[in-house]
Every structure is written in C-alpha cells, then in structure tokens.
Write a protein that binds this ligand. Sequence first.
Ligand SMILES: [Zn+2]
Length: 378
Amino acid sequence: MQVRLLALALAFAPGLSLAAPDILVSHATPDGSGVVLERMAPHAMDALSARLHHDTGHCGGLVQHADEADFRQWMAKLKSPTLRQALTRKIDDAANVGAVMARLDPGRLLAMIEQLSTNTPNRHYRSEAGVAASNATAGQWRSIAEGRDDITVSTLPLPNAPQSTVIARIEGSERPGEIIVIGSHLDSTSSLAQNDPRGSAPGADDDASGVATATEILRAMVESGYRPKRSIHFIAHAGEEGGLLGSRQVAADYRRRGANVVGMMQLDMTANQGSADDVYLMTDYTDAGQNDFVADLARTYLPALRIGRDRCGYGCSDHASWFAEGYPASMPFESGMRDANRAIHTPRDTVETFGGHANHAIKFARLATAFAVELAND
Ligand SMILES: [Zn+2]
C-alpha cells in the first residue's frame, strides 16, 4: 500500500510549476489509492480541508510541505520509517493505573471541552484566537503542575504561523530518557474559519475533546501523586488541520535529538459515539504490536469496552508524523470512519452535537491512562 502510494506521489510531483505559490499540500486522491501534491492559496486549503472531511469523515487528511524535497522525504519516511526498537510491553501496574483512573472526572473533562470550544470558538492556527487557545492550554497545564518540580510546561511556535504547540513533560524517576507521548491538537478549522474571527469553528469534538481528555489525565496523575518511572509528555499539537504542521515539527525535533519515544497515542476526537463499538483502533500509519497492546489494556482494565478496528487514511492526524519518524504510534478513534461526526469542520461542532456529556470521552481518558502508566512502568 505504502509502496504504491510513493510511486503515485512521485508521478504527480513533476506538475508543480503553477503560479501563486502560496503553500504546498499533499492529500489522498478521492478514491484513496494515491497521493497528490498541489500548490494553493491558504484559503483554498481551508476549503480543501472541508471537502476532504466531507468525503472521508475524518478531520485531517492533508500534509503541508516546505518544498518538493520535503514532500519526497516525507513520503520516503512513510514508506519505511526508521527502524523501531523492539519493546516488551507488560501489563503489571494495576495499582497506579487504578489510582490515576479513580481520579478521572467526566464532569471536569466536559467543562474543559466547553471552555476551549466557547472561549476560543475559532482556534485556526493562523488566527489570534488560535494563539489564545495555546496560551490558555499552557496556562491551565502550568496551574495543574504547580508544586511539582518534575513537571515542566513549554510552548513551541510553528515555523511560519503564530500558533504554538504546548508540551507538558513529567520527568521519569528512573528512565527519564524513555518517553511516552499522549498527543492531541489545539487548532480547529472550518471553511469559514479564516474569515470569521468571532467563531464558526468551535471544534468541540475536533479536537477540544482530545485536548480535554489529555488535560484530565494530567490532572488525575498529579492529584493522585503518581510519579512515572519513564517520562510522559502531553503534547497539544498546533496546526494539525493546516497539514500536521506542529506534529511534523515536534516529531522531527525529537528524532533529531535522538529522543527515545517508546510509545505515542494520538487523541483526536473522543466525545461523539457514532458506532456500535466504543473505541476504534486505526490500523494504518500505526504500530500493529502497540495496537494489540492497547486492545490488551482494554481487555484488562476496561472489559466492558468494545474495541473495533478501522483505517483512517493518509495524513489523518498527528500520529502519522510520529509514525513517519519511526516511533510506535496508535490512534484510538471515537467511531468507525463511516460513522464519524459529520458536524466537525463546521460551526455545528459543539458539545450539544454529541449530547452535552463526556461519557464517551472518559473511556478514552481511562484507556490512555492505562497506556501511559503501563508503558511508563518500565
Ligand atoms: Zn482533529
């Protein structure tokens, strides 16, 4: 599949000498069999994003490139990501998993989704409100971490847009150089988002739900006094809808510095239950062994959860950036792709659309807690 993808992508690449070279974007062909590379004005990308969402049901689906060489490197990495380490994944820390899980609170999780989607109802990565969303999240994570000298919160601005990725690092007590990443994305979009600073892209499900789920896990870890042996990094990526901008930047930076990420999980849309099963593990651009581990975690700690599998497609979310850098990534999703929330990327992506509760999102908080705590237990 990926070999064919690369061949098709390179076949398309020569037709690039178009006028108005604003940004360079790759995305899947409508039938999903290949990848095309196009130059377009930034506002055209918002429209493309809306169209891709309409066609595929998921949120991302495009990748922005600095130049053609960057596109070729990206496709080569997707085809054969850097060799991963073999990791033994055991399930043997029920005490800590239970202690953190006991602190998870769906009411707080919902409040955080409401806060992000109503206080910053347009978190477009090129907008001031997008910057405000980064600042608000960084501020919240700092206040949660207050009094813990093993937790630091930092921000990393995108190379060519104002929004920042926000990173909270819990330093491991025994193996700080080995890292578990819990990802989500801060930005939101709709085809109107660029032109309407007052709102129009509340992104409650996509992806205030993921940021809020991660925030609730961080808060529960701190409240329970949990201290991991390996490091845990919570990363709210900037510019996911702009073509995986923040995650490509951060994952490449981790790789460049030789960071040993032992597992990455992306939380992108956790609040809307659209299918019969509870959690769908995406099988493409993810690590099959780690996905099986996540399913084992569910069987062990959340036996009532029904686990499905599906495919997400090209550039579907930030896990693809970590996968491309050779890190084991997983993407548990709120529904099957065919049943994905049709309100995303529109002004209707509000908490009301998914019923005004966090009963579904809390399942992802529990599952990601088990994932982070068990992997962090060395
Ligand atoms: Zn999303």
